[in-house]
Design a binder for this molecule. Structure first.
Ligand code: MRU
Length: 340
């Protein structure tokens, strides 16, 4: 699989995900504003990937302002950090990564040290993400048996992270162990991360994948053999509520009704022990993104098209949460706290 995002000689290189699956093209830039723009436009998306993008963006900002004094540089970086935090509200990895970058910046004693340590911290965040996903893959692959069918939603794949993905990692590791599974990817209206991105990367990796429109999930659970559900998360709060792509909650409900285990795969950087579920902002994107398809409006002018980009799955529907430090099972307030 191609790398989603990389630091290459003082520049950031990332796949432009809006062009997939038609074109595999990269955005390469040394401009932090361009990185913020890419997150906003969803040229890069997925909770861990936008965290890494923001970290690299902060490192680019440090490179740009290095002529000034340390204090002045820190002031500029504080503003850059705010800019990144305003790109998207729901995935906690973004805030976590930017805060980590600022902590490193604040502890530097010279400009030279600041630039060096911010670049190495950003590279560390990217590498840690890849390693965490590999570990999630190892733990999650133990839940799979040869011939299983896995349902997933959105893209919590390699493209949503530095590498391996979260929900896809167990599938990739299983393949290495010659445990062959088949994936049913939910299309994931309106951005089609399932059909455009998950199907793209699984096909590239040689994993059998079928796509369904989101509204087929009930009949699929009824008629097809579904063994397990793996989804990612944009944020998991301390009591086990899972915020993930719109459609995850109905998927969890149907899985529960059919006795199909529903697992969330997420690195500990996605777990937020500081906020309650009521405090989390569920992103609402412009309704035109949902109301238009191939440049045409899907409903009469003047009718509101509601578009929440994420939903909330309550802990009672979640079988387990696979992290790089182990699998958390209910009761989540206790198991998550122990892991984090
Ligand atoms: O709006 P997106 O495409 O950024 O949403 C992505 C998701 O909801 C993913 O499931 C989540 O970020 C986990 S990615 C490993």
């Amino acid at each position: 699989l191609p790398k989603t995002i990389e630091w290459v000689n003082g520049r950031v290189r990332m796949i432009n995900q809006l062009l997939l699956p038609y074109k595999l093209e990269y955005i390469e830039t040394d401009d932090p504003f361009r990185v913020a723009e890419a997150i906003k436009r969803m040229e890069i998306r997925g909770a861990p990937a936008i965290g890494v993008a923001a970290a690299f963006g902060m490192a680019l900002a440090a490179l740009k302002v290095q002529e000034r004094s340390l204090k002045e540089t820190l002031n500029v970086l504080e503003r850059t950090a705010e800019m990144f935090k305003e790109t998207r509200p729901t995935a906690v990895n973004l805030f976590w990564a930017v805060n980590r970058m600022m902590a490193v910046a604040r502890s530097a004693t010279s400009l030279e040290e600041l630039v060096k340590s911010m670049i190495s911290e950003a590279e560390k965040i990217a590498l840690e993400d890849e390693k965490a996903n590999r570990r999630i893959g190892e733990l999650g692959s133990r839940l799979l048996s040869d011939g299983d069918t896995v349902v997933t939603i959105c893209n919590a794949g390699s493209l949503a992270t530095t590498y391996y993905g979260t929900a896809t990692a167990p599938i990739y590791v299983a393949k290495e162990k010659r445990i062959n599974v088949r994936v049913i990817a939910m299309e994931t209206r309106p951005y089609l991360q399932g059909s455009r991105l998950t199907a793209f990367e699984l096909k590239l990796a040689g994993i059998p994948v079928s796509v369904i429109t989101d509204n087929q999930i009930g009949v699929i659970m009824e008629k097809e053999k579904v063994d397990i559900v793996f989804v990612g998360a944009d944020r998991v709060v301390g009591d086990g509520h899972v915020i993930n792509k719109i459609g995850t909650y109905p998927l969890a409900l149907v899985a529960k009704e059919h006795g199909v285990p529903f697992y969330v795969a997420a690195p500990t950087s996605t777990i937020d022990l500081e906020h309650d579920i009521e405090q989390i902002v569920i992103e609402r994107r412009p309704s035109s993104e949902a109301a238009e398809l191939f440049g045409r409006r899907l409903c009469p002018e003047g009718v509101d098209y509601i578009y929440y980009a994420f939903d909330i799955t309550p802990p009672r529907l979640v079988t387990g949460i696979i992290t790089e430090r182990g699998i958390a099972y209910p009761p989540y307030p206790k198991s998550l706290k122990e892991l984090v």
